[in-house]
Design a protein around this ligand. Structure first.
Ligand code: IMP
Ligand code: MG
Length: 192
């Protein structure tokens, strides 16, 4: 796996410090009353589990699954399933957590769905923000790091389902996902 990484962008130490900083902000801004952390599967499971253990106030944990169908590195149609039940959403203050804010479509759509289903408030928190790729206007309330326009993997982020278990974030070697000129692009399914 490590040989597929062109360069490391954030190592374990930087990740730990970045999450400490964001966890303190979340605690200060949201921690006065219990709230619900909604982790967007699959990509944010590692970030969310590290983040919540550094927030020393009562909270609940819920999950939502979002999947985009694209060519592997670009976003396509978004499909949402496993939305928390009404009782888990209605009247609750929520912190929606994802691995990366790219075009912004996933977070914008999920925030809207939670508000439509009766959430009292939805704030958003992302591990990475890639502002260069934004297609819908969206800003996260909390973010750990900004990244340039590179395809990154590790710490929950995948390419074709792989590399989520890397303990750091790295740029994937472009030759691993750029089709050769004579190659027919694959219609791969990208899970989030
Ligand atoms: P958005 O809806 O375009 O903001 O897409 C967000 C989702 O696309 C993330 O939750 C990731 O699953 C995926 N994604 C976007 N950029 C990357 C990347 O650089 N590496 C891995 N996954 C990515
Ligand atoms: Mg994801």
């Amino acid at each position: 796996m490590h040989q597929d990484i062109e360069r490391v962008l954030f190592d374990e130490h930087e990740i730990r410090n970045g999450i400490d900083r964001v966890a303190q902000s979340v605690t200060r801004i949201m921690g006065a009353e219990e709230f619900t952390v909604v982790s967007v599967l699959k990509g944010s499971c590692i970030f969310a589990s590290d983040l919540i253990r550094r927030i020393p106030v009562p909270l609940q944990l819920a999950f939502v699954a979002a999947r985009s169908y694209g060519d592997g590195t670009t976003a396509g149609k978004l499909e949402i399933d496993l939305v928390p039940t009404g009782g888990e959403i209605e009247g609750r203050r929520m912190l929606l957590v994802d691995d990366i804010l790219d075009t912004g479509r996933t977070m914008a759509c999920l925030k809207k769905v939670l508000l439509e289903r009766g959430a009292a408030e939805v704030r958003t928190c992302v591990f990475l923000d890639k502002p260069a790729r934004r297609e819908v206007e969206f800003n996260a309330d909390f973010k750990v790091f900004c990244v340039e326009d590179l395809f990154v993997v590790g710490y929950g982020l995948d390419y074709a389902g792989r590399y989520r278990n890397l303990p750091y974030v790295g740029a994937l070697r472009p030759e691993l996902y750029t089709p050769e000129p004579d190659e027919v692009p694959r219609a791969a399914t990208q899970t989030q």
